[in-house]
Design a binder for this molecule. Structure first.
Ligand SMILES: [Zn+2]
Length: 453
């Protein structure tokens, strides 16, 4: 582990723009951004040359699954992948671990399980289940960053989905605490209707999976959440928005002052249904990856701000659960593994579409930091911010190979894809933790609590 006192580069991404500069670091924080040649004397300096110096990514949608399903993914492997991918802060979802993070005691169990294993900073979302509104204030006091719920079955039996009545019981508490309700926005009704027509279809056909999760399930859920956000003056955040048909609803609600935000994920922006071969269940997620027209419109929504930012929804499982042998999209685990690859996946497509580092900063650093209430200490290279920094080469290309992935399991739909952008070094509070494939020192990521520095 090397403590660094300054990082300089021809391309430092600051809130004001990209420029040649030196980032001075003291006691883990950014002390100042000075001129390129204004180096501290005799102190450890990292010269990034032409490579980009940017705040570490903030990924607010990660399923780590430990304890309970550590064979799916765990704190050690997930946070190594994060460090290698330039993610310096992640917020873990309340499900797939056992216990689910739905009581203050369960949050403590998770924190215990995470101790001394995290290479990057880790915070936790709590969960809203039918019947747990009494737990929410205690979970918030214990440091949960906000709450997540499902409106359809979640895929695991311990995390039941909620209906409108359950939401009505939980939202007054969340509004009073002023924390966001993160929602998996699909309603069961349109999905059940769609599935009635698909009983004879071949489960290995991607098209069958796509038809089984119609966009109407998402738009109906988004409509419901807008209505409730308005009524309760609550903060609502739509996770993994998949359909462009939901975008006008969100745009209008925002214009009316409803407190709603939305994220989408790299896979909805990188892939389109037309190129997913039948039986390729590594691509299965819910809601599903839709067609190329939809993909194009999601990019526009992101550019215009109707969609606020992009996070991974890294949700791996053991490869056997992806049912590659049968190729059944209906039996396979729904979740895409991608934590280490978010930056190059996004940058590859952003480069094709002429988006800039300024957009990347908003979509993968400052935007998600704001959702988690971390906007005053993470997601910017500015005086007083934590010196959580990624250095990466935006010109260098590589092909994704399983052996370069730090995820517990190497199965991902990005394998063999050519991507643009390689992470060279990652810094946490001014300490270099990752250097071109090598991990330095021991895991020293902080376990974050909401509102704490
Ligand atoms: Zn998720």
């Amino acid at each position: 582990m090397t403590t660094i006192h300054a990082i300089r580069s021809k391309r430092v991404v600051t809130p004001e723009g990209v420029r040649a500069a030196t980032v001075r670091i003291r006691n883990g924080s950014i002390e100042a951004i000075t001129g390129y040649n204004d180096l501290p004397s005799g102190k450890h300096t990292y010269d990034a040359g032409e490579s980009v110096v940017m705040p570490g990514l903030v990924d607010t949608h990660v399923h780590i699954n430990e304890p309970g399903r550590t064979d799916w993914e765990g704190f050690e492997t997930a946070t190594r992948a994060a460090a290698a991918g330039g993610v310096t802060t992640l917020i873990d979802m309340p499900l797939n671990s056992i216990p689910t993070t739905t009581t203050a005691a369960a949050l403590e169990t998770k924190r215990q399980a995470a101790r001394k294993k995290c290479w990057v900073n880790v915070g936790f979302w709590g969960g809203v289940l039918p019947g747990n509104p009494g737990e929410l204030s205690a979970l918030h006091r214990a440091g949960a960053f906000g709450f997540k719920c499902f409106l359809v079955p979640s895929g695991v039996p311990e995390f039941a989905h909620v209906n409108e009545d359950d939401l009505r019981a939980a939202l007054p508490t969340l509004a009073a605490l002023d924390v966001p309700m993160l929602v998996h926005a699909e309603l069961p009704g349109p999905i059940e209707e769609a599935n009635k027509k698909l009983t004879k279809s071949d489960p290995t056909r991607y098209r069958a999976w796509l038809l089984s999760r119609p966009a109407s399930a998402e738009t109906a859920a988004v409509e419901l959440m807008i209505r409730l956000a308005r009524e309760f003056k609550a903060r609502v955040h739509i996770v993994h928005l998949s359909s462009e048909l939901s975008v006008p609803l969100i745009r209008r609600a925002k214009q009316e002052g409803v407190r709603i935000t939305a994220e989408t994920c790299p896979h909805y922006l990188f892939f389109a249904s037309g190129s997913i071969r039948n039986g390729w269940t590594a691509y299965k997620c819910a809601p599903p990856i839709r067609d190329s027209q939809n993909n194009k419109k999601l990019w526009t929504a992101l550019e215009k701000g109707a969609i606020d930012f992009v996070v991974s929804d890294h949700s791996p499982s053991p490869p056997a659960m992806k049912c590659l042998a049968t190729g059944s999209f209906f039996e396979a685990w729904g979740g895409i593994s991608s934590l280490q690859l978010g930056l190059p996946v996004m940058w590859t497509k952003m480069h094709e579409r002429n988006f800039s580092l300024k957009h990347l900063l908003r979509w993968m650093c400052s935007g998600p930091a704001r959702l988690a209430g971390l906007e005053k200490c993470k997601g910017a290279i500015a005086t007083g911010y934590d010196a959580d920094i990624v250095v990466w080469n935006p010109e260098k290309r590589f092909i994704v190979r399983p052996k370069m992935l730090q995820h517990r399991h190497k199965l991902t739909p990005y394998v063999n894809h050519a991507l643009r952008g390689t992470v060279e070094a990652t810094f946490l509070r001014g300490e270099m933790i990752y250097d071109r494939g090598r991990f330095l020192g021991a895991p020293q990521g902080a376990l974050l609590r909401r509102g704490e520095r």
